[in-house]
Design a protein around this ligand. Structure first.
Ligand SMILES: Nc1ncnc2c1ncn2[C@@H]1O[C@H](COP(=O)(O)OP(=O)(O)OP(=O)(O)O)[C@@H](O)[C@H]1O
Length: 517
């Protein structure tokens, strides 16, 4: 209940102000909370209380709220309905499981079966698909009610303060009547990207969520550039609802640059101008290669602020807002986050290479139904072992060398970081994207394999000349003065694209299996 109570507290003071803007409409907290209560009533009227008590198809955990911690799947694009769906679930004592629309059916079913979803709440546009899928995992389905938006001209029809106080207190009365939900109870199960195996359900508590906020819009290259240009037309004016902060994953910035390169000079200039006006641009979720960071700065004037996070604790390390944003690093621990590096022998280091361990107020509670994995993931003192190999520079900025079991290659006695080699190859004029992985080898333990996606113009040239866009010989000779001899790839594949998951990450474990076979 803690999260909802926090929202209600804000609702009492900021209820008439817009809390969310979506597709040119605004929604205030009273509207969101009222809609959450509708969701609460839908859940209540579905006879779920009875099901929980009888222990039938409805599987609850703990004894909190009338849903007793049953899992409710939420299927909606980023919208007020999504937020109301989550709040409604929490008001009812349920655990919300956001289901990504970009997941293929098999992955969606994995998540639904793994988290044992009792009910799916979806918006109308996804109703048919979800009703079909729900039959395959015996979940019930219901529609998320549309949230009423604020009148366009809020000055004319602003609700009176009495109306607002009444709305808030009647909502409070409803909520207080449900069983108590504690800060330590599960609130949300987020699934990891599945970069290194099947996605795991990460359980976050009400208390953990109160310590942070997050929102992620749908991504479209043309849409993003257009939104920035509309925000800041190059006559120097500024739109009232201008975007001021943008955050994305490295693949998004690569795609945005591709989109930029395809524009005519006039549109390029309008786009650069608009992007320059934003206050801040951030990047995270996978390594931001230096060439990409530099090119982005040339085009938009923004030195991307790189951060490091995981589903398990959301954000932990960050370059500073004010101060040096150092390329190739993810900065230092955020306030109230503690980070330490543990070497293979279990000792702590402040300068060597080792595994990053994090302790933070936003740390998750456990992996869903994986008690052994949960136990193995923590060390004494409640520090979480991230599985990432890192080091620190002499100013205390953390450098991510990669996932220990996917990005760290053991080649003839050397431990090499795939991320470091990828960052160098991206400087090659032909290379648009690349992935480096270690393939098993009898003599060396592993050999370095590069998969390269060539840039469009290089691809076209190669097709015309009927030869590969890049050869291993050419890459080797180009790499000689940039990489130590033992870091130069000895196998090269040229592909049209890299298989990426919903977060834009490459599953190297899968690729290794594929190429090893
Ligand atoms: N700025 C960054 N630089 C390099 N790597 C990063 C950065 N930010 C996040 N990461 C990587 O992303 C991981 C966290 O991503 P996420 O929680 O989505 O799980 P995943 O590792 O992609 O998938 P799974 O845990 O299912 O295998 C981190 O452990 C780290 O490897």
């Amino acid at each position: 209940m803690e999260v909802v109570q926090e929202v209600l507290k804000h609702g009492s003071t900021h209820s008439v102000r817009a809390a969310i803007r979506s597709e040119q409409k605004s929604y205030n907290l009273v509207q969101l909370i009222a809609s959450s209560l509708d969701v609460h009533n839908i859940l209540r009227n579905k006879n779920m209380t009875q099901n929980v008590t009888k222990g039938s198809s409805f599987k609850g955990i703990n004894g909190t709220g009338f849903l007793c911690g049953a899992r409710i799947g939420i299927v909606a694009k980023p919208s007020p309905e999504f937020v109301a769906g989550i709040f409604g679930t929490w008001l009812s004592g349920g655990v919300a499981v956001p289901l990504a629309l970009s997941y293929p059916e098999a992955e969606l079913l994995h998540v639904m079966n793994d988290s044992d979803i009792s009910m799916i709440l979806s918006t109308k546009e996804h109703q048919d698909i979800m009703e079909n899928i729900s039959t395959k995992c015996s979940a019930q389905c219901s529609l998320l009610p549309a949230v009423t938006s604020m009148p366009v001209n809020i000055d004319c029809q602003e609700p009176s303060s009495t109306e607002v106080t009444l709305s808030i207190s009647s909502l409070m009365a409803e909520i207080d009547s449900s069983k108590e939900i504690r800060g330590d109870d599960p609130a949300l199960i987020l699934y990891t990207s599945g970069t290194t195996g099947k996605p795991k359900g990460v359980v976050h508590t009400h208390k953990g969520i109160v310590s942070q906020v997050e929102f992620m819009p749908k991504f479209s290259v043309r849409g993003v550039w257009q939104r920035w240009r509309e925000s800041y037309p190059n006559d120097g004016s500024k739109n009232d609802e201008a975007i001021t902060v943008f955050t994305g994953v490295p693949t998004m910035y690569t795609r945005l640059l591709q989109g930029y390169d395809g524009m005519d000079p006039e549109q390029q200039s309008a786009s650069s101008f608009a992007a320059k006006q934003l206050r801040l641009m951030m990047c995270g979720s996978s390594a931001l290669p230096s060439p990409l960071m530099k090119r982005w700065e040339e085009v938009t004037g923004h030195r991307l602020l790189e951060r490091y996070g995981m589903t398990e604790f959301v954000m932990a390390l960050s370059n500073p807002l004010h101060g040096a944003r150092k390329e190739g690093t993810v900065g230092k621990p955020l306030p109230r986050v503690e980070a330490k590096i543990i070497m293979e022998d279990g000792t702590e280091t402040t300068s060597e290479v080792g595994e990053l361990c994090i302790r933070s107020p936003s740390l998750f509670k456990e992996y869903w139904r994986k008690p052994e994995v949960t136990t193995e993931s923590f060390i004494d003192g409640g520090f979480f072992k991230t599985g990432d190999t890192v080091t620190v520079d002499d100013e205390g900025y953390f450098i991510i060398l990669g996932r220990t079991n996917a990005d760290i290659m053991k080649v003839g006695g050397y431990k090499l970081s795939a991320l470091e080699i990828e960052s160098v190859l991206l400087q090659h004029e032909t290379v648009l994207e690349c992935a480096i992985l270690g393939l098993p080898d009898e003599a060396y333990g592993e050999i370095i394999c590069a998969i390269v996606v060539p840039k469009e113009d290089a691809k076209k040239r190669a097709e015309l000349e009927v030869k590969p866009a890049l050869t291993l010989e050419a890459l080797t000779s180009w790499s000689k003065d940039k990489l130590a001899p033992y870091k130069i790839p000895t196998r090269l594949y040229i592909w049209d694209s890299l298989p990426r998951n919903a977060m834009g990450k490459v599953n190297k474990k899968e690729l290794k299996k594929l190429l090893g076979a």
